[in-house]
Design a protein around this ligand. Sequence first.
Ligand SMILES: [Zn+2]
Length: 274
Amino acid sequence: MLKITRYGPVLRFDLSRSFAGRGRYWTAAYQVDGMLVDTGCAHTASEVERVTQKENLTRIVNTHSHEDHIGANGILQRRVHGLEILAHPAALPVLADPRRTQPLQPYRRMFWGWPEPSVGSPLLDQEIIQTERYRFRVIYTPGHSPDHICLYEQDQGWLFTGDLYVGGRDRGLRPDFDIWQIIASLKKIAGLPATMLFPGSARVRSHPDEALKSKIAYLEDLGQRVLELHHRGWEAGAIARALCGGPMFIELLTLGHFSRRNLALSFIRNYEGK
Ligand SMILES: [Zn+2]
């Protein structure tokens, strides 16, 4: 399932596998000036291929290597001669061999599926990607994954945040995310003069600074409260139940892989390494 929305020169593709005619767990990809920022999941790869067919596509930039962001890399690389794929160096082995390097739990196979392999080239922190009309600065923003980057176009005020920012108040997390790194990465991009925030899912925001600062404040406050209870001897599950609200359907769906407990645990475990 694919929906297209235009924001001036930026095209947004909302992508989801459909179940009984309804989309679930959407991800977003963007096309601007011949560049595709992320490519959705494997289940929507042929739709992305079809909708981008007439466009003058020259490169893909992957914000990170999660399967719902690299799914159409392979099909597009086969179709578009000379198509360049750029990603953080740590993402390249995953692009090359997703099945071996990124095991998927059943819920991830169901919603997003195994991406086809693709060949990418490395992007460095602070590197500039020059398209015909725009200049995108690469900002290394680990935490959601070790290979996560954001893109910033200074003249237009565009900030492409991938999955670093997809909404304001996180209540759960996966065990492989590092919440303190996420906070540090949010701080890296919060100070940038931006007018539009294009996230990896959820809605586009017109006041990035407010949205980012409010999220940082929320997470830092939550982190302090998690650590206080932890130092009083509370167990992570009890902390999560006390501070992160009621049960979430996604906890059941993912068999606890994405959970309130993992958010509390990340605040505790990753604190020492901060
Ligand atoms: Zn992700």
